[in-house]
Design a protein around this ligand. Structure first.
Ligand code: PMM
Length: 266
């Protein structure tokens, strides 16, 4: 069955659940609930990557995520660390994280690939062109899926050159990262080009703005509930496209959508 990454954002400013789980105990409880609902991996992040977000620095980031990771790992949950920083990736793996989720694919921190190579963790590399404060300046594509696949292939080569075995790689087309509304649909409708790269594919559409823009001319009026339903639909379609995992906030809804999509496949 398609894997489900449940999102545990330990940040005060993420656009969707920011602030609610700042407190360590609540973040841990939230993660464990997601696990009960069917999450196979808990993706813990301490720095928001939403458009326009400011960087927080590795020190604050680690203060936020490390206690949460330690407790989730102690409770037996598989954990990934969502970070752009090599120092945080390293500390998180020492605390028990098994996967480093780097939305920049190794571009944000020149030390990241060496840190991951030494850690033995799996490495999820996202398609990314620039930091969040300037990401839309690079949102230019002729054929989005093909260009994203080509750039991910370059990131795969760089990871291999740093000593990370191909079997440890996961690729993610980076929905919403340097991509405007329709460009995201261009990537999703061409997902076979990403799947054809070879590694496991991870997709993150959850509650993202392009879903709300598609549902209503005024995206601000689209409730979280509607974004979660749209996310469950993209999760089911991602199953049909052959992805390995989806990264979501509402694990329960996406779990049901995935079960039904697999039943359809027989
Ligand atoms: N999106 C966000 C954060 N981390 N990681 C991966 N691998 N893929 C994504 O699409 C992704 C990510 C931004 O969303 P959030 O602020 O709701 O976590």
């Amino acid at each position: 069955m398609t894997a489900i990454w449940g999102i545990v954002n330990v940040t005060p400013d993420s656009f969707s659940d920011g602030g609610r789980y700042l407190d360590v105990d609540r973040a841990v409880a939230h993660g464990l609930r997601l696990r009960e609902e069917g999450a196979t991996v808990l993706d813990v992040g301490g720095e928001s990557t939403r458009p326009g977000a400011e960087r927080v620095g590795p020190k604050i980031e680690q203060q936020r995520v490390l206690p949460v990771i330690e407790q989730l790992v102690a409770a037996g949950a598989p954990v990934s660390i969502d970070t752009l920083n090599a120092a945080t990736a390293d500390a998180a793996v020492r605390a028990g994280a098994r996967i480093v989720n780097d939305v920049s694919g190794g571009l944000a921190d020149p030390e990241m690939r060496a840190a991951v190579a030494a850690s033995g963790a799996d490495y999820a590399i996202g398609h990314w062109r620039d930091f969040s404060d300037d990401m839309y300046a690079h949102a230019q594509y002729r054929r989005a899926a093909r260009e994203v696949a080509g750039e991910l292939k370059a990131r795969m080569g760089e990871a291999a050159a740093a000593g990370i075995a191909p079997s440890r790689l996961i690729v993610d087309p980076g929905i919403g990262f340097s991509k405007r509304g329709g460009q995201n649909w261009g990537v999703l409708s061409g997902l076979d080009e990403i799947v054809a790269l070879g590694p496991r594919v991870l997709i993150g559409t959850s509650r993202k703005r392009f879903l709300a823009e598609t549902l209503d001319a005024d995206p601000a009026t689209v409730t979280e509930k509607r974004r979660d339903l749209a996310t469950a639909v993209t999760s089911a379609l991602a199953v049909r496209a052959g992805v390995w995992a989806v990264r979501v906030h509402d694990v329960a809804a996406t779990r049901d959508a995935i079960v039904i999509a697999h039943a359809w496949e027989g």
